[in-house]
Design a protein around this ligand. Sequence first.
Ligand SMILES: [Zn+2]
Length: 374
Amino acid sequence: MRQKVPADLDMLVVGAILDIDGARPAYVRLRHGRVVEVGARGTEGRRRGERKIRGIVVPSPVNAHTHLGDAVSVREPPPGPVSQLIQPPHGYKFQLLANSSRADKLRAIRAALRRMERDGVVATVDFREEGRPGVELLREAARGSTVRVLALGRPLARPVVRTELARLLAVADGVGLSSARDETDETRRTVGRACKAAGKKFGLHASEAVREKPERYLDPRPDLLVHLAKATVDDLAAVRDERVSVAVCPRSNALFARQPDLGAMERLGLSVLLGTDNAMFHAPSLWREMEFAYVASRLRRRPVSAAFLARAALVEPWKWLGEPEAALVVPEMPVPPVVLRLPPDDPAYQVVTRTTEHLMVRFRPRSRRTATGR
Ligand SMILES: [Zn+2]
């Protein structure tokens, strides 16, 4: 028996595209959420049975920095300096992780991933503590999720034990270390070299609570630096010259009264990605992160453009992953885009300041029924 075609099977979005090529007026035709046609606004024509909406089409966001294991606690942070909260190995966060059961952590990570799915996030770069078992737990939690998880694990022994590091890298996508000052030069070098040899990512936190020297966190050259909230303009220039990408987490920093200088990062031309950091303190929503980053930069009189922040969530991470084709809205794009019901005027400003998950168009999963019409 022939089923009624769902309303969202064929969709025409007339408005704008905001992607790796910037913002432009356009129409986008989609089928099952996949782009089948893109063209200049005004030339779209009409097809029978297709639903037409006004909106903006963007690449799917990637969360460039999370600690999803933290989601076991969602309470207000206790008073005290950040060092007592998140510093390994005895900070509040590490006590929480140590005192939570594996089942609780699995449940919490799954809930965080579901939240990301609803927000349209398709990949996340997660710094996972607790050694190889921590990465294995994350992998188990992510099974069945539509969010691709890049797990940057952390070896436990200090000094680093090569066999432990090799066993970690066998299951992880790389290593994500605590801050440069929490680790010795030897640890950074051993880990950095091993990641490079294995063709995996090496990331670390840098200049979060206090300024650290670029000579340290750039040696060896990492693939990703997180925060740089206390970096000077000269430090930022050094990072740019080494062509190292930076993941910034403005809400996480603001919770402890600091901010990355996004205006300077934009002016200097750094590759900046957006992350939501500790899941214990913030929902892993990049839309909320974007709006906060934009408004906070203006509050500090260090304004950053909406276009720069949109790129940090929707474009730069795809380049960092080596998959820039996912950031171009065309029929061949490998990852379906996100369609937002927003006015198409000044698209970057709309996307950064107005997007919430309920403005995302939901496409029904492609089932055999809808695919064959039977
Ligand atoms: Zn972090």
